[in-house]
Design a protein around this ligand. Sequence first.
Ligand code: ADP
Length: 189
Amino acid sequence: MAQAGFVLWFTGLSGAGKTTLTEALVPQFKARGLNVEVLDGDEVRTNLSKGLGFSKEDRDTNIRRIGYVARLLARNGVASITAAISPYAEIRDEVRTAVEADGVKFVEVYVQASLDTLVARDVKGLYKKAIAGEIKQFTGVSDPYEAPLNPEVQVSSDNQTVEQSAALIVAKLEALGLLPTTAALAAKA
Ligand code: ADP
């Protein structure tokens, strides 16, 4: 039977590790025979959501669009990975409800990292600007972030390597029957 699609929904502050983990997982998923598509927050904002800003309303619209596309893909057998901050719990839950109503699994991954780590890391140079007030409505500094209360997986880039965090996600997907185990693949070969 063909592998079922699912939505792997990353949420976490800018620089927490959503894109990095996506890049680590895609080749692993492909190696196990999955069709994969990625909706990366930064990329979506340059095309699908071009023109949207960072007000609550625009952020919600952005997340609803990402959720809509991820759902269409997933219900057609694709492993849809989304990597957007998605700061508001209510909108994430709204997307989850719509995805699950289509009989598709929604796997929320909270990529946790402390603000101290993120400011020290400052991958995109944004935190220093946000703290200096040069960027308004910056999530975690001057705009809210609502951490998920019951994510399927929680990882932390404060104290895990990329490989360790990726392995926790792979294990959860295997346990949910969404990703064939290497043993199952070997048995089929
Ligand atoms: P985001 O997509 O959430 O904005 P990025 O993936 O662009 O974040 O940046 C995350 C940074 O954190 C990268 O430089 C990455 O190497 C580093 N990092 C350290 N530990 C981890 C981890 N366990 N998981 C993901 N990223 C990590």
